[in-house]
Design a protein around this ligand. Structure first.
Ligand code: SAH
Length: 360
């Protein structure tokens, strides 16, 4: 039966786009189906939605992994405090020189990511943020350093930080409890996200695909949380086991499920900044390209010094650990060009209004 010239499956996908919502059964169907025509329609609808919001542009963010010390003990993460990994912490001069090199390569967004490292008190981190913003006032600065107090988030914002990535990891409290020790809670995560948004950051939440214990129901909760929270950015990537963690023997998430969910998220939040993550590029050789073709519009090449890359091991077999920053950028540019997209270094802020040329 055809509805308005569409198959019932296509109509079901069109409804997600129109309502900017998805019901549990449709999610269940989209995660399980092998109907290639329906999946093609899902990706196409999502990609067209992204094109309408941001055009054929993919934003590059320079990622600097500046410390792998962490006070948390998340069961999935290779830099958890119980992990035997070798620790490092970049000095402020090293971080600034990564930014400088990134700036020369054209990057206009720097993402400073790290474990929850007590060395980085508000004073030290604010000092770092203002040093970056003083030298490169035309750049956006994104922080991804986990849970801090509201006062701390405010101080960092006042020091010049523009954006903050804090994945909620799962919106189901019981599932959150399965992924983290009892001292961490979903309520606290959500409170942090709310504070970040109230303060005025562009905020990113997100989750791993295929984490142990994840079900259609927990994913449904994730999507409803994302819809309600309405973040500026969403980071999702496959769970990849790291052998020294409690989940070292668990199966990895799949590129396929990640790509389907990227498309669904694009339909729920047409303007969201949505990376095709390193984890997706790790699990599948064409992962990042496939992510972009399914509606993602950000990639985050690594600007960290070569000497520490191997140590920032959230999961095993991380992609591109041996490519220099410039090489990394050029490879990504080429990957994007191959599929008809242009990798751009512009700040690429979240857009509330339809774009105009001078905003680019
Ligand atoms: N400490 C910071 C950022 C570092 S971890 C924070 O808490 O936000 C960044 C993200 O990597 C995490 O949010 C998690 O979703 C993801 N991650 C951690 N371990 C992973 C693994 N084994 N496989 C895939 N992604 C992982």
């Amino acid at each position: 039966m055809e509805v308005y010239g569409k198959t019932p499956q296509d109509a079901r996908i069109a409804r997600i786009a129109e309502e900017r919502n998805i019901d549990r059964d449709t999610l269940r169907w989209l995660l399980a189906t092998e109907d290639e025509d329906a999946l093609f329609c899902l990706r196409k609808t999502a990609r067209e939605t992204a094109d309408r919001a941001y055009g054929k542009r993919v934003f590059l963010r320079g990622l600097i992994e500046f410390t792998n010390y962490c006070r948390n003990d998340c069961y999935y993460c290779g830099i958890r405090r119980s992990s035997p990994c070798e620790r490092y912490r970049l000095k402020e001069e090293q971080i600034l020189s990564c930014c400088g090199a990134g700036y020369e390569l054209g990057f206009r967004t720097f993402v400073l990511q790290g474990g929850e490292d007590a060395y980085f008190t508000d004073e030290r981190l604010c000092g770092l943020v203002s040093a970056v913003k003083e030298r490169w006032p035309d750049c956006a600065l994104t922080l991804s350093v986990g849970e801090r107090s509201r006062e701390s988030y405010q101080a960092l914002f006042d020091a010049g930080a523009d954006r903050y990535l804090l994945r909620h990891e799962t919106a189901d409290a019981a599932h959150y409890g399965l992924l983290h020790p009892a001292e961490q809670s979903l309520a606290e995560r959500k409170a942090c996200l709310l504070h970040l948004k109230e303060i005025g950051y562009q905020v990113g939440c997100g989750f791993m695909v295929g984490s142990p214990g994840q079900t259609v129901d927990t994913l449904y909760a994730d999507l409803q949380f994302i819809r309600q929270f309405n973040p500026h950015m969403v980071g999702i990537g496959p769970f990849i086991p790291q052998k020294d963690t409690p989940f070292g023997g668990e199966p990895a998430g799949t590129a396929e499920a990640t790509i389907r969910l990227l498309s669904v998220i694009r339909l729920l939040l047409p303007k969201v900044l949505l990376p095709a993550t390193t984890a997706l590029g790790t699990i599948h050789p064409k992962g990042r390209q496939r992510g972009i073709r399914a509606g993602a519009n950000v990639v985050m090449p690594n600007l960290s010094p070569m000497a520490v890359r191997e140590k920032y091991r959230l999961y095993d077999n991380k992609a591109y650990t041996d490519a220099e920053a410039a090489e990394c950028r050029d490879m990504l540019r080429e990957e994007m060009r191959e599929i008809g997209y242009e990798a751009v270094c512009a700040r690429g802020d979240y857009r509330k209004e339809p774009e105009t040329e001078e905003m680019i």
